[in-house]
Design a protein around this ligand. Sequence first.
Ligand code: GLU
Length: 420
Amino acid sequence: MAAQAPTLNPFENATRQLEKAAKILNLDKNTLEVLSKPKLVVEVSLPVKMDDGTVKVFTGYRSQYNDARGPYKGGIRFHPNVTRDEVVALSAWMTWKCATVDIPFGGGKGGVICNPKDMSMGEQERLVRRYAAAITPFVGVQKDIPAPDVYTTPQHMAWFMDTYSQITGQRTPHVITGKPVEVGGSLGRSNSTSRGALFVAREALKIKKIKNPTIVIQGFGNAGENCALLAKEVLGGTPKVIAVSDSKGGIYNQDGLDPEAVQKHKAKTGSVVGFKGAKSISNEEILELPCDLLIPAALENQITKENAPRIKAKVISEAANGPTTPEADEILYKNGVTVIPDILANAGGVTVSYFEWVQGFNWYPWSLEEVNGRLEQKMVKAFHDVYNFSSDKKVHMRTGAYCLAVERVAKALELQGLWP
Ligand code: GLU
């Protein structure tokens, strides 16, 4: 994850992106009014017994933004910088994301203000279970289905699922996705966000006639790490990952890093920093390196109007949510950088979550080939839908993706009407 805390209000960004699309679509004012606000946001206090015997009360949220197209869907973030506005913004982005790749879900998101890196496994388990219990009345297989996000893991999902199942008295694996395969998770879910981000990057690189790209990745959590590991398999040829970073700093080698060796180093030391045979580089500098493909895979607001003019990447595939501010978008567009927006680029995660939910409903697991094949179809189609729309309308891809997504959600809303 990147070191920087978000400095801009992500919900303001989300709203500005929505308003821009609404203008182009000539969206009905009343529909825009409804789409500008979350339907429900819950805040919960979570008392947890810590290992030293003290009790600490954590604050958690679940935001349910819109369910016109299907049950709310979105991850749970555990991070010290979680705020209510961030969770709401992330739930809005989930709404547009699910609509962009055309899966039958609305948008939700959860968050707990905490740092799991400073907590024992026992403390994490008690926190997850308490959070699960607190939001059990609000979630459900046809209501709201959580998943992992920043700093949450398949193990956390298993505890959540077990808690929900114990409380409701029914084994309910599909109340949450991103679970370990042994308890109803889907094959291919753990690296699906990265696989999806690479599928769409591959399509953009093809259009730009770039072969064997140099790649820079900011963030070495689940998304960043798997982008590095899967680059060769998904992009083909001989792509070169030249720099990666995490919250402690970055590493850079123009001749290419060995992703597996970096992964091992991180597993051993807790960071990519100190990897032999690479120069050190900061999280800010890494974004400005000359490269063909830049993958922001950390937190929000990393590419801003300050550093956007210095970005030299030809294609950006946003594995993170909200890494680019609206001002930076304009600058990148003018400079000819192809930005594949988060709501498209990182939709592979929720797409395989959707597959996991379907498999759960049917109690019938799919093969890895089936999961990856269907993911590729979804991502490639969504990429070209967005790309063609954006080229026709002469707008950047983020605006194109928003237009397609908002139109789909608006249509679903209008068809169902306003009740009562
Ligand atoms: N947290 C991921 C996202 O932001 C996955 C959400 C999900 O699978 O529901 O897209």
